[in-house]
Design a protein around this ligand. Structure first.
Ligand code: URA
Length: 435
């Protein structure tokens, strides 16, 4: 086998065989395939597609290009993946709630990318927390606390790492087949018994229309199920941030509010929906509705909060974090109000612009080596449909310096649209695609 003939097949609209895709993925991982060949492969797949079977074969080949983890635990291993959005801190609410139900959740998460924040950066806003731990320690924490949210250990899907970097510079990120293989190769390497995908749609998400989100959700669920992992998807709204705060410590504060009493928060609602689907797929309850009710109960009676505290203590966080969390989270030096420019109703929120404003404040990275300031961000952001009078706060900016706060305030003011008449606020959950 050689890369040239595999690429030539794709150019002629033929799908390579499973063996050829395994060979190509190994070549991506061990350097046997050059950058030029990887780029030509990505472009050929982007133009011609692989079809459902080819997509599943590429996904499995990329999963098997590195380490595939296995677990010695006495309950189902389950996981959730979000396609990424602004203010999306659902994992921090959902993982402890699922662990409290008796499942095991080895959640390998990422750092901030573009305008969307990263789960690991959020957790590391808690003093002492370290998300880079060894495989042995991960397994021990999983047995002790049921859930661990950590960075990738060892060699998870190295073919994806290589291909993703090539796609990024060859205008080939936007291929349904390549996105699917990329996301799932990493998730399936954790060997979950069931997986739920939170496919976000709206101004703050990767997918801006329901049609695109549905297409991605179908490709992901079909491929993961073909690869042998029971997988469902939920399409959820990202036309406004899920929590009224953006920024690492500020989002952790919202998680703690959701876990310690604010029963109707959108974070708790989405967690219940995703958790209900997972518990049902994993055979831990009879129906999705039963699963949703169980997660809601566990969040509102404080059990998920206690479990979150144990999870954080296991990775170096303060033992008393759950009881006195506000005391531990870093605070910015400058907190500035963003006044509404006129009377009216909030009719649109440009989530991407808000996410980029947080990056500019230092809450995300412009380049990979940037250090994050965990304290900066936006808080008390109004929600779609809220009524506001001129001069009342739209939000508060948290910044390290006055000049940065002024710039962010101007961006937020432009990102929140106020009109005379209210709009119909979109539902949080648009569609469920079950396995
Ligand atoms: N996230 C990934 O991991 N890969 C993609 O291709 C897109 C989003």
């Amino acid at each position: 086998m050689d890369a040239r003939s595999i690429i030539a097949k794709l150019r002629q609209s033929e799908v390579p065989t499973r063996e050829e895709l395994i060979w190509f993925a190994q070549g991506l991982a061990d350097g046997g395939v050059s950058d030029a060949q990887a780029g030509a492969f990505a472009m050929a797949v982007c133009m011609g597609g692989l079809g459902a079977q080819g997509r599943a074969d590429l996904t499995v080949a990329m999963r098997d290009s590195g380490e595939v983890l296995s677990w010695d635990v006495d309950g189902p291993v389950i996981d959730k993946h979000s396609t990424g959005g602004v203010g999306d801190c659902v994992s921090l609410v959902l993982a402890p709630a699922l662990a409290e139900c008796g499942a095991y959740i080895p959640m390998i998460s990422g750092r901030g990318l573009g305008h969307t924040g990263g789960t690991l950066d959020k957790l590391e806003a808690i003093p002492g927390v370290s998300t880079q731990i060894s495989q042995d320690r991960l397994e021990q924490i999983l047995r002790d606390t049921g859930a661990a949210i950590v960075g990738a250990t060892g060699q998870i899907a190295p073919a994806d790492k290589r291909l993703y970097a090539v796609r990024d510079v060859t205008a080939t990120v936007e291929s349904l087949d390549l996105i699917t293989a990329s996301i799932l190769s990493k998730k399936l390497a954790v060997s979950p018994d069931a997986l739920v995908l939170d496919v976000k749609v709206g101004s703050g998400a990767f997918m801006k229309t329901i049609e695109d989100a549905l297409q991605l959700a179908r490709a992901l669920t079909e491929t993961a199920n073909t690869a042998g992992c029971r997988t469902s998807a939920v399409i959820t709204d990202m036309n406004q941030p899920l929590a009224p705060a953006l920024g690492n410590a500020l989002e952790v504060a919202e998680v703690m509010k959701a876990l310690t009493g604010a029963a109707c928060s959108p974070l708790a609602e989405i967690s219940a929906e995703l958790g209900g689907v997972l518990l049902s797929d994993a055979g831990m309850c009879d129906t999705v509705d039963q699963g949703c009710a169980k997660i809601t109960e566990i969040i509102s009676d404080g059990r998920a909060a206690d479990r979150f505290g144990r999870m954080m203590a296991a990775v170096g966080g303060p033992v008393q974090f759950v009881d006195t969390w506000a005391r531990f989270l870093p605070e910015a030096d400058v907190i500035q109000e963003v006044p509404a420019p006129k009377d009216g109703y909030v009719t649109a929120i440009n989530g991407e612009a808000l996410g980029l404003a947080v990056v500019a404040l230092g809450g995300g990275r412009q380049v990979e080596s940037d250090q994050i300031d965990p304290a900066v961000g936006v808080s008390q952001l109004l929600r779609l449909g809220d009524r506001v009078a001129k001069g009342e706060p739209l939000a508060f900016v948290h910044a390290a310096r006055e000049d940065a706060a002024h710039r962010a305030a101007a961006t937020i003011s432009a990102a929140v649209v106020i009109e005379d008449r209210p709009i119909a606020v979109p539902d949080l959950v648009h569609e469920r695609i079950t396995a």
